[in-house]
Structure formats: C-alpha cells, structure tokens
Write a protein of this length. Structure first.
Length: 162
C-alpha cells in the first residue's frame, strides 16, 4: 500500500512538473514536443542497446506502435498548447476528465457495459471545468485544447490496452 501511494504521488508530481517546465520553456508546443520525443527516443534506444533488449518488429506491429506514438505526440501537442493558451492548472484540470472520457470510450471500444458510477464521478470533473470556464472566459481556448488533450490520452490508453 505504501509503495502504491509513493508511486501515485510521484506520478502526480511528474505530471505537474512537466506542465511547469512546459510553461517555463520558451519554445512553442510543436518544438517542445519534437525535442521531448527526440530526447526520449535517443535515451530509450541507448538504454535498450546496452541492455540488449532491441528487437526487430514486423511492419504490421511497427505501424501499430507508430500510430500509438503519433497519438501520444498529438496529446503532448495539445497538452502544451493548453498550457500556452491558458496555464498549467487549467491544462491539468482538463486532464481530470480522462476518467469520464475513459468511462465512455473504453466500454464502447471493448463492448462492455458503461459503469454509471464512473460516469457520475467523472461529471464532477466536468462540472469543475464548467465553473472555471464561465468564470475565466479568457482561458476558453486553453480549456478546449486541454479537453482534446484528455481525449487523446484516453485514445492512447485504449490503443495500448488493445
């Protein structure tokens, strides 16, 4: 239980810190994602090379992996775009809708029943975003982009589960 709590707090810190770095770095969201993906790919390739874990993949699997990676890049573009058009707290608040979107999209994709309690809990996040939206209309573009970022996150999650 304690290790799970530590992992949860670490994940929350990293999400928030990523957003803060996205705000502080003066690059636009496109260049920011480009350099982030390039550095990640290089570091992972070096790690897998030295641990002898590099494997050949078929063209079919390569296309699947590339499509998930592309969707993940789109998520990051939207996430950093939300930060640039609004602020870090708006972008992270919009990510709270992933639970609601997941509760709707996953059952449709995997042909199972929608859990009404997940929908109910997810609407609380949506209600919070509605309050922010109507009290800070200057952040409306950032909120729209943040909600699209949340949708892209759910799509990545569903594709990874598949």
């Amino acid at each position: 239980m304690k290790s799970a709590l530590i992992r949860l707090h670490t994940a929350v810190f990293l999400w928030g810190f990523t957003g803060i770095l996205g705000r502080l770095i003066s690059l636009n969201e496109g260049w920011l994602v480009w350099w982030r993906m390039l550095i990640t790919a290089a570091v992972l390739w070096i790690y897998f090379f030295f641990t002898k874990q590099i494997q050949k993949v078929s063209a079919k699997n390569f296309l699947k992996i590339a499509s998930i990676g592309t969707m993940l890049a789109i998520h990051w573009l939207l996430f950093y775009g939300s930060i640039k058009y609004a602020n870090v707290s708006i972008a992270l608040t919009c990510l709270a809708t992933t639970g609601l979107l997941s509760a709707i999209i996953e059952p449709l994709f995997f042909h199972r029943r929608i859990n009404s309690s997940e929908i109910l809990l997810g609407t609380f996040a949506l209600a919070g975003i509605g309050i922010i939206y109507f009290s800070n209309l200057q952040f409306s573009v950032g909120i729209y982009i943040g909600l699209l970022s949340s949708l892209a996150t759910v799509i990545v999650s569903v594709l990874n589960k598949k």
